[in-house]
Design a protein around this ligand. Sequence first.
Ligand code: ZN
Length: 168
Amino acid sequence: MRDTLVLNASFEPLSTVTLNRAVVLVLQDKAVVEQAHPELRMRGAAVDIPAPRVIRLCQYVRVPFRRQAPWSRRGVLVRDRHRCAYCGRRATTVDHVVPRSHGGQDTWLNTVASCAEDNHRKANRTPEQAGMPLLREPFEPTPADAMLLALGAEEFEALPEWLASAAA
Ligand SMILES: [Zn+2]
């Protein structure tokens, strides 16, 4: 997967994102292309743009790099790409791995994105008790996650079909 470098509006490097995400940021007018791949273009019905190698955000974002990003439900969904930690389908809810009724906290390491069905099925049980193993362990958000969160650009799953194929 090719990664695209993201610069803040002030030109400082912030993070890298996948090519698809970079193109979506450009299409959403959240970023402009500073440097493009010489050969590669992203083509669609209404769009034909050079594949970005470096993009720059249109608005300056303050991204908490050093200190820990504050926990939020939206942040968990962004970190997990709106994918359910139990089945991999689209997630719209946040599940506490160790349930709150068992003393589980609102922290990055104790929460995962979950589809409503699995969240309901797991109920007030741990993954072990429910027999629902996690597909991946929860983790602290990366700088890229924190940046996307700061941009309010969390809806990346709704990529146009052609974009996914063009970037493959
Ligand atoms: Zn699920």
